[in-house]
Design a protein around this ligand. Structure first.
Ligand SMILES: Cc1cc2nc3c(=O)[nH]c(=O)nc-3n(C[C@H](O)[C@H](O)[C@H](O)COP(=O)(O)O)c2cc1C
Length: 210
């Protein structure tokens, strides 16, 4: 199969020069809210890229669980592959692609763990099956079969809901944003790109060629 003739013109919006004076965190919120309002599934999903101790890049989808004061919150297993990468290099890239709006957003920043109390509060707000799943899975570790994984869940199912504790190896991270690029598709591949960089607490902005 050939994909070489798959192409489209991008006409859904613009990022004109007046946007260069906007607050990039407000623009992030408004773009995310606009995409979520389209009814898109997993609207808060983004590709989280990390770098291993051996300097190998890796990426996977996670869900955004909060956005406040320039910090993106997400939850995972600290002992997972991504957790190990973040322990080695506490920086990450977050990539959002919102095709129906012809938008891409690229975020860079440093990553740190949230407090155990914050992780526990969120853990206990999750549906019970999500809590059980988090306890039953040792994320990113090899397991010999699906049946063995199901046994791990069945073992946890014997615990009363009220006794389900957050594993200390599961919790939240915040990505503190220091750079963010907004991309809006335009006709003839003359796309709009605005890059905001945080330096000494102040945002500076540049327009990049597409
Ligand atoms: C739509 C979607 C949402 C996901 N959300 C999360 C999430 O919030 N946290 C998480 O740990 N994994 C999430 N995953 C699974 C990850 O993509 C990944 O498989 C897992 O975290 C293990 O990655 P790692 O081995 O690189 O650490 C999600 C996957 C998809 C497709």
């Amino acid at each position: 199969m050939s994909y070489q003739d798959d192409r489209k013109e991008y006409r859904a919006g613009i990022l004109d020069d007046s946007m260069m004076t906007c607050d990039p965190m407000e623009l992030f919120s408004s773009w995310l809210a606009a995409y979520r309002d389209t009814g898109a599934e997993d609207a808060t999903a983004f590709a989280l890229s990390t770098v291993s101790a051996q300097l190998e890049p890796d990426a996977r989808i996670v869900l955004l669980k909060g956005l406040t004061e320039g910090k993106m919150l997400f939850y995972t297993h600290y002992t997972s592959k991504k957790g190990k990468d973040l322990a080695a290099h506490p920086v990450a890239h977050a990539l959002f692609f919102w095709p129906s709006m012809e938008r891409q957003m690229r975020v860079f920043g440093s990553v740190s763990k949230v407090t155990p109390e914050e992780s526990s509060t969120y853990f206990h707000s999750r549906p019970v099956m999500s809590r059980r799943g988090a306890i039953a899975s040792d994320q990113s570790k090899m397991i010999e079969s699906r049946a063995a994984l199901d046994v791990q869940l069945q073992t946890i199912e014997k615990t009363e809901d009220a006794n389900l504790q957050r594993p200390t190896t599961w919790g939240g991270y915040v990505l503190e944003i220091s750079k963010i690029e907004f991309w809006q598709g335009r006709p003839s591949r003359m796309h709009d790109r605005l890059v905001f960089t945080l330096t000494s607490g102040e945002w500076t902005v540049q327009r990049l060629q597409p």
